[in-house]
Ligand binder design. Sequence first.
Ligand SMILES: *[C@@H]1O[C@H](CO)[C@@H](O)[C@H](O)[C@H]1NC(C)=O
Ligand SMILES: [Cu+2]
Length: 169
Amino acid sequence: MACRQMLAVLAVAVVAMAILPAMARATEYVVGDDMGWNLGVNYTDWARGKVFRVGDSLVFRYDPENHNVLRVSGPDFQACNKVSAQGPLASGDDAVPLSSPGKRWYFCGKAGHCESGQKLVITVLPSLQAPAASPTPTALVPGSSNKITVAEYQSFMVVLVAVLTTFMT
Ligand SMILES: *[C@@H]1O[C@H](CO)[C@@H](O)[C@H](O)[C@H]1NC(C)=O
Ligand SMILES: [Cu+2]
């Protein structure tokens, strides 16, 4: 009996350790999925429940005759002000790497499209990659960020398995 429980615990641990690095892998989000970057799509709904991290990317797909993509500030997003530091993306298939954490605001610069709701705001979270040299478990240090790295999670799983194994024998 104890042996079977141990096997079950080990199986769960192995699965968890196999899945976690996969979760840390970069994700490419096609904005609007099959509907692409268009009028008539609610991008608030599209973004809901998605987790964007540094290293992921957004891909805007659209007809370049009818749409483009402007990255703007929060106030310009609210007001649909077509003020963008970089100028519009206009290829129709634009990959945007999410290279830093924080909020990002986009809308279509064609007349009336932002006002009609062709706009997207996302919050980019820090990467899940473990920092190269950081042996301190930052999750346990008061005042530090709450982020748990993959390495820390794996260490935690190893300890958990060891403890459970001890109790079950
Ligand atoms: C998108 O849907 C949300 C509710 O899910 C709503 O609050 C919002 O006004 C909608 N946006 C547009 C542009 O229709
Ligand atoms: Cu448009």
